[in-house]
Design a protein around this ligand. Structure first.
Ligand code: ADP
Length: 514
């Protein structure tokens, strides 16, 4: 029986999680800690998934393609009705930033664990968000605040602030519909292809133009607001390690942010959130240049993939607070006392083959060893037997570490990555290992363009010392097994023992075995 007065006050008693994978599990875990029953939804492809088993109840919502299951609002609302859920948490992706879904949840008499539909609408399109930010006095990247009519207009605008420029889909996300344009000649074709990609990905071909900022960092501010008028910021996350405009590694805090800059950026994010009538957890993304100037990019009106690094350095459970805020609770924190302590790093472990240009890999997880020990957190959605297909996002899990300093956190992540073993699909583990071994990454002197330039060299270097060692041990064990087999069959033949095989193999690999 629960005795805490805290959770007795919660108005939500059963929550439906409209998502899958690691974020569904993350929300289910928060529910369990709060004493709230959870309902999972799943597609046919996910019938045996971890989130389905971990939830208190689960409802099938259709075939594997997301367009026939996780994106069908009516099926999800129907599942909520059938199970008697009183709230819906959308996670990230899928329906999390669809204004119409937030509205439909509310109209069905359910609690939406997220910002008001109106705030999603205000921040939903990048152009609408830029308009709102400008009105609130928030600095934005120079560019337009409405969709481009044609290439002629694009050229006119581009010439006012000079090349390179960046074409961006107003409805964009995940780096889709973005094109860097270096000269006027490229503009026409780039605009057409950005519009095509935007239409395909978002059903909306609106594209606008921004100045392409050379060499900034991506620094974002987490905000948290309740329904009683309190709006706080929880400091920054550094997300500059990106490939194709997508984040690969995130940290909190950022090596480039001083307490003074944190306070300024935090106040800016709070102002932007207030201007949108924001409530619940959200993130304002900024580009930060070397001179400490920052420009608002967009606001993500949902929980983000990288939220754990903020949780670890602030000690504030963002997902629990999302639920408690939705239930009407007041935030009990004081802004001045929210100060990051220590250092957290997150690596996104995806089913992408680093050695093969991050080609998506599919298959069944046949073996999984999850790292543990001091300061290690695993937010994963897989287990042995999980099928990894092409229907959904390739992110298998997030490996997150916490330590006293950035150097110690990098060492800890390196150690945790060495412990991690996933068999059955190729993953990004090796990429992350090399990053933790990289002197430039360790120096922290990086920008959003750094990784793309670094990748060719990173892929070309030899396997890490640890992998060589593993190969040598495997070779020695094989030799030992063969020797035993030969001994059993031919007791008269002399065979080298495993230790000899180890030394021989190690010599071949150029490793010191002392
Ligand atoms: P999406 O919503 O598709 O993720 P964002 O606006 O968040 O798009 O931008 C994604 C990434 O693209 C940013 O983190 C940054 O690395 C890069 N980017 C965006 N705008 C600019 C810009 N004006 N100049 C340079 N890089 C940019």
């Amino acid at each position: 029986m629960r005795t805490t007065s805290l959770t007795d006050r919660l108005v939500i008693s059963k929550l439906l999680v409209a998502n899958r994978g690691e974020i569904a599990l993350r929300v289910i875990r928060a529910c369990r800690e709060l004493g709230i029953a959870s309902v999972a939804v799943y597609s046919d492809a996910d019938a045996r998934a971890l989130h389905v088993r971990e939830a208190d109840e689960a409802v099938n919502i259709g075939p594997a393609p997301a367009a026939q299951s996780y994106l069908v609002g009516e099926r999800i609302l129907d599942a909520a009705r059938r199970t008697g859920a009183d709230a819906v948490h959308p996670g990230y992706g899928f329906l999390s930033e669809r204004e119409w879904f937030a509205r439909a949840v509310r109209e069905a008499g359910l609690i939406w664990v997220g910002p008001p539909a109106e705030a999603i609408a205000a921040m939903g399109s990048k152009t609408a968000a830029r308009t709102l930010a400008v009105a609130a006095g928030v600095p934005v990247v120079p560019g337009t605040t409405s969709a481009l009519r044609d290439a002629v207009e694009a050229r006119e605008v581009a010439e006012t602030f000079g090349y390179p420029v960046l074409l961006k889909a107003a409805a964009g996300g995940g780096g889709k519909g973005m094109r860097v344009v270096h000269s006027a000649d490229e503009l026409h074709d780039a605009l057409a292809s950005a519009q095509r990609e935007a239409l395909n990905a978002f059903g909306d071909d609106a594209v606008y133009v921004e100045k392409y900022i050379d060499g900034p960092r991506h620094v974002e501010i987490q905000v948290l607001g309740d329904t009683h008028g309190t709006m706080l910021h929880l400091g920054e996350r550094e997300c500059s390690v990106q490939r194709r405009h997508q984040k690969m590694i995130e940290e909190a805090p950022s090596i480039a942010v001083t307490p003074e800059l944190r306070a300024r950026m935090g106040a800016t994010a709070v102002a932007a959130a207030r201007a949108a009538g924001y409530v619940n957890a959200g993130t304002c993304e900024f580009l930060l240049d070397r001179n400490g100037n920052y420009y608002f990019l967009e606001m993500n009106t949902r929980i983000q993939v990288e939220h754990p690094v903020t949780e670890l350095v602030t000690g504030i459970d963002l997902v629990q607070w999302q639920i408690r805020i939705a239930g009407g609770e007041r935030l009990p924190f004081v802004q001045e006392l929210i100060v990051p302590r220590g250092w957290a790093i997150e690596c996104r472990i995806t089913s992408e083959d680093f050695q093969n240009g991050f080609l998506p890999s599919t298959g069944r997880i046949t073996s999984l060893h999850i790292p543990s020990g001091p300061g290690v957190r695993w937010d994963g959605g897989i287990e042995v037997g999980s099928d990894v297909g092409l229907f959904y996002d390739p992110m298998l899990a997030k490996l997150i570490v916490y330590a006293g300093t950035r150097d110690a956190a990098i060492d800890r992540m390196h150690r945790a990555l060495l412990e991690l073993q996933i068999e059955g699909v190729e993953t990004s583990r090796e990429f992350h290992l090399r990053m933790m071994e990289d002197a430039e990454f360790r120096s922290g002197d990086i920008t959003i363009q750094w990784l793309e330039a670094k990748l060719p060299a990173l892929s070309a270097i030899l396997p890490s010392a640890n992998d060589l060692r593993a190969a040598v041990i495997a070779a020695a064990l094989m030799a030992e097994r063969d020797r035993n087999a030969v001994r059993a069959a031919r007791p008269d033949v002399s065979t080298p023992d495993g230790a000899t095989a180890w030394h021989r193999a190690a010599r071949v690999e150029g490793l010191r075995t002392a």
